[in-house]
Design a protein around this ligand. Structure first.
Ligand code: ADP
Ligand code: ADP
Length: 222
């Protein structure tokens, strides 16, 4: 059984069929992308996974159990506004851990050694507005992965960046991900991004979203 399995998942919002019989799986340590146009239902799928929307039809299992039985399975990185502008970077990074019950001092001790790896060394006491867009996205990613959840959900993490920064970030992320192999599900409408980062890709049709293609990216990974 796969780590995450969706089987014939359908969602109707109002009169609109948004997701239609979506079946997908993600293995542990795998990076999977969902590629689809805006409005295809990618956010709806994430809301379903994170418990923001009840399951209407189909089946979702996570770690061998029904999804509903699992708490705190996912860490979610939004496309933008992941950081609170009035908090310093370090306080943004420790907040999620503190909410999970980690003491402030321990949370700092956990985050500080990771700053360099994420290109944020020396910026712990800066405010988000003092960082470049790329640095803010790396901080948002660190904030997500430091929670240590079994799976990362990434909603167009580089979508709001300018083209050059986006390419730099994708390269950095690819290298960083190879080290950590966080089990990840990314949604994007950028086919290059999906191909560059993923082990496997699902392609969604627009309205209602159906899986119209699934393929493995034939790039050998170390
Ligand atoms: P994406 O994240 O891929 O851009 P969404 O999941 O946000 O797409 O939305 C998918 C589709 O569902 C859109 O076409 C949107 O118009 C429709 N939709 C979203 N919420 C509702 C709602 N509450 N009632 C009716 N349709 C909705
Ligand atoms: P990115 O590709 O992550 O957006 P930039 O090219 O904007 O990064 O920045 C590259 C480097 O410039 C950063 O790693 C950082 O050391 C430095 N830098 C960026 N913004 C600032 C700032 N506001 N103050 C000081 N140094 C900065």
């Amino acid at each position: 059984m796969s780590f995450l399995e969706m089987e014939n998942v359908s969602v109707t919002l109002g009169d609109t069929a948004v997701l239609e019989k979506i079946s997908m799986r993600v293995e542990e340590g795998e990076f999977v992308s969902i590629l689809g146009p805006s409005g295809a239902g990618k956010s709806t799928l994430f809301r379903l996974l994170t418990g923001g929307l009840p399951l209407q039809g189909g089946r979702i299992s996570f770690g061998g159990e029904p999804l509903a039985a699992r708490k705190n399975g996912f860490a979610f990185m939004p496309q933008r506004d992941a950081l609170m502008p009035w908090r310093r970077i370090i306080d943004n990074l420790t907040l999620g851990l503190e909410v999970q019950g980690t003491r402030r001092r321990e949370a700092r001790a956990k985050v500080m050694p990771l700053l360099a790896d994420f290109g944020l060394e020396g910026f712990a006491d800066h405010y988000p507005a003092q960082l470049s867009g790329g640095m803010r996205q790396r901080a948002a990613l660190l904030r997500t992965v430091v929670l240590g959840r079994p799976m990362q959900l990434l909603d167009e993490p580089f979508g709001a960046l300018d083209a050059l920064t986006r390419i730099q970030m994708q390269r950095w992320f690819e290298a960083r991900w190879q080290k950590a192999r966080w089990t990840s599900l990314l949604v994007t409408h950028d086919i290059r991004e999906a191909v560059a980062l993923s082990d496997r890709i699902y392609v969604l049709s627009p309205r209602p979203a159906r899986v119209i293609a699934e393929f493995a990216v034939p790039i050998p990974r170390p």
